[in-house]
Design a protein around this ligand. Structure first.
Ligand code: GLY
Length: 376
């Protein structure tokens, strides 16, 4: 029997930051994963860390985005100290182009950033002409977010895992859950093929697979997968900042590699990516950086973003249970929100005052919805 204060199901960025925050608070922590940790969406994303959020009109979400953005520098330092891994956290800035050349869109987005006191600079045609010699766009207006940052995802999850191990977190990888014993509103034992796990508190941090894992506990946590595809190329000389247009982006790594992403596809967990999509992503990249049109694809892959019906994460106690929590549903922002999501989850478990009010992220909201629908 493996016992711990907290058992985390799922070793992606959210599960790992939760483990990191809990072990630093003196809790014993075990993490189980049905495969190797950190090899799904946390690995697959582009590693963009926006300075906040303007697209979702929810003040709690905007707060968690800003909180998380502010935690990265210290986290990167701490991970380097423990793991000796440089996660390539750097404030590279982001050039944000209007999706359809609309000046009005640029203006209203700039105002939204300004209202949140996040540094933003409006750019005109002349500024765009001098952005970088490799860059090309017919846009007449855009804006620049100087405090947008990035990390290299695979290094981040690896550094988190090594750090957690150094601090004493126990990892159990390739563990398939076979049975869950529930007694009087409490999760008792969790049985896998090889082990029995018992913990005072259990956290579901299974990303896009959360609905499936929630089935084990006979609860509904509506989280759906949205597939995103990314293409990787290598430039001879890299441009300095992230470039975004609508939901697509170019993320330049320090070594000249550029990630071109991403699609949004409701295809379940289908991993068969089409060559046509790779072509479309390359065409988007080549439109903005013409040299990309002459490059070979180094690699392409997909990941599954976990999305909830209201696009907000689910962070909190699972209704009907005294010792079951969930930390999931971060949609396009799992990696960027992982420092703050791990922090508030640990604070909740430890009975501390949480840095943010978590009411809007409460899993209960979906249960209230189900109950009222049932009454209609
Ligand atoms: N975070 C970027 C994406 O979901 O594509």
């Amino acid at each position: 029997m493996i016992t711990s204060d907290v058992l985390i199901i799922g070793g992606g960025a959210i599960g790992l930051t939760t483990a990191y925050e809990l072990i630093r608070r003196g809790h014993s922590v075990a993490v189980i994963d049905r495969q190797a940790v950190g090899c799904e969406s946390s690995w697959a994303g582009a590693g963009m860390i926006p300075p906040g959020e303007i697209h979702l009109e929810n003040s709690s979400y905007r707060k968690i985005a800003q909180l998380s953005s502010g935690l990265w520098a210290e986290l990167a330092e701490s991970l380097r100290a423990y793991s000796n891994i440089d996660i390539e956290y750097r404030t590279c800035g982001a050039l944000v182009l209007p999706e359809d050349q609309k000046i009005a869109t640029t203006q209203s987005e700039v105002e939204l950033w300004q209202q949140q006191k996040i540094p933003v600079k409006r750019l005109n045609r002349e500024d765009l002409n001098s952005f970088h010699p490799k860059f090309n766009s017919p846009a007449v207006e855009a804006y620049f977010l100087p405090t947008q940052a990035q990390v290299r995802n695979p290094r981040y999850v690896n550094a988190l895992k090594v750090t957690c191990e150094q601090l004493g977190v126990q990892f159990y990888q390739h563990e398939q859950i076979r049975e869950i014993k529930i007694q009087h509103g409490q999760v008792a034992d969790i049985l896998t093929d090889t082990e029995t796990f018992n913990a005072s508190q259990i956290v579901i941090a299974t990303g896009a697979w959360t609905s499936q894992f929630a089935d084990w506990f006979e609860v509904s946590i509506p989280v759906e997968p949205i597939r995103g595809q990314i293409v990787l190329v290598k430039l001879s000389e890299v441009f300095p900042s992230i470039i975004e247009r609508g939901k697509c982006y170019l993320v330049p790594r320090a070594d000249g590699r550029v990630l071109i992403g991403a699609t949004e596809e409701l295809v379940g967990f289908d991993r068969d990516c089409e060559a046509e999509t790779v072509k479309r992503l390359l065409a988007f990249g080549a439109e903005l950086i013409p040299e990309i049109g002459d490059l070979q694809v180094e690699k392409s892959w997909c990941g599954f973003r976990p999305v909830t019906p209201d696009h907000l994460p689910v962070i909190g106690f699972v209704p009907g249970y005294e010792n079951l929590l969930v930390n999931s549903g971060h949609y396009r922002a799992g990696l960027s929100l992982s420092p703050a999501s791990g922090l508030v989850m640990a604070q909740l478990i430890c009975g501390e005052t949480t840095e943010l009010n978590l009411e809007d992220f409460d899993p209960e909201r979906f249960h209230l919805e189900i109950s009222s629908n049932e009454m209609l």
